[in-house]
Design a protein around this ligand. Structure first.
Ligand SMILES: *[C@@H]1O[C@H](CO)[C@@H](O)[C@H](O)[C@H]1NC(C)=O
Length: 216
């Protein structure tokens, strides 16, 4: 039973696919005035119960034993820096909900100087085991959190002006679980990307958006 729950939570948190928001008519309609939308964020905003990252920790393939401190600016460079993000899900709030892991990526106009982006925008999302996450000052490239399933169908490309659902599935967290950490890393072979996880004009970065599960 326990492993079943764990498996479904992992699936919920980091693994299922959806169509990127680019194709959404909502996005096309009012792209100029609004924040980029997706199925879980029809107005492109963060709902009040959106779950923010708790910790961002860079790792570097070229400094594989260096443990970086926590940062508020994620850094990804081609085949070197990745950033691990932790999200702490409060079990009670997730009951009967779909956990949508999103990456909100507004245009420069809607995010001021909060990100830099150079390259074709191919990224890899690696999921870690449930209940583990990056530990600032401890986690390194050679000492990453224990492995877990990765999203099977992440967006093939991410570019400014879009809001992506990386994964959407029933949260599947038992009500008595307290707070459950899920984590993953963002890397790229071809793109340099820095962003400040923030919500200034539009949200920018990783969030979990809870939506009602019609089958719950
Ligand atoms: C979210 O968390 C990050 C650190 O992980 C912090 O810098 C940021 O201000 C928080 N708030 C929002 C809305 O992103």
């Amino acid at each position: 039973m326990k492993s079943l729950i764990i498996a479904s939570l992992l699936t919920a948190a980091l693994a299922a696919p959806t169509t990127p928001a680019e194709a959404s008519p909502l996005n096309i309609r009012r792209e100029k005035d609004c924040c980029p939308a997706n199925g879980a964020q029809p107005d492109g905003k963060l709902p009040g119960d959106a779950i923010n990252t708790s910790v961002l920790v860079p790792i570097s393939k070229k400094k594989p034993d260096y443990a970086f401190p926590a940062t508020s600016v994620a850094k990804i460079t081609p085949d070197d820096f990745c950033t691990i993000f932790n999200l702490d899900l409060p079990a009670a709030a997730t009951q009967g909900k779909i956990c949508n892991l999103v990456f909100d990526f507004p245009s420069h106009e809607k995010a001021r100087d909060l990100f830099t982006f150079h390259g074709p925008g191919h990224f890899t999302f690696t999921g870690y085991a449930i209940g583990v996450g990056a530990v600032p000052g401890q986690t390194t490239y050679n000492n990453q959190p224990a492995p877990g399933p990765s999203p099977p169908n992440p967006p093939p490309v991410m570019k400014p002006g879009n809001s992506y659902i990386i994964n959407a599935a029933p949260c599947g967290i038992p009500p008595e679980a307290g707070t459950v950490t899920v984590s993953g890393s963002l890397c790229s072979k071809d793109t340099s990307f820095t962003f400040k996880q923030s919500n200034v004009i539009c949200p920018l970065g990783f969030y979990v958006i809870l939506t009602d599960d019609p089958n719950a």
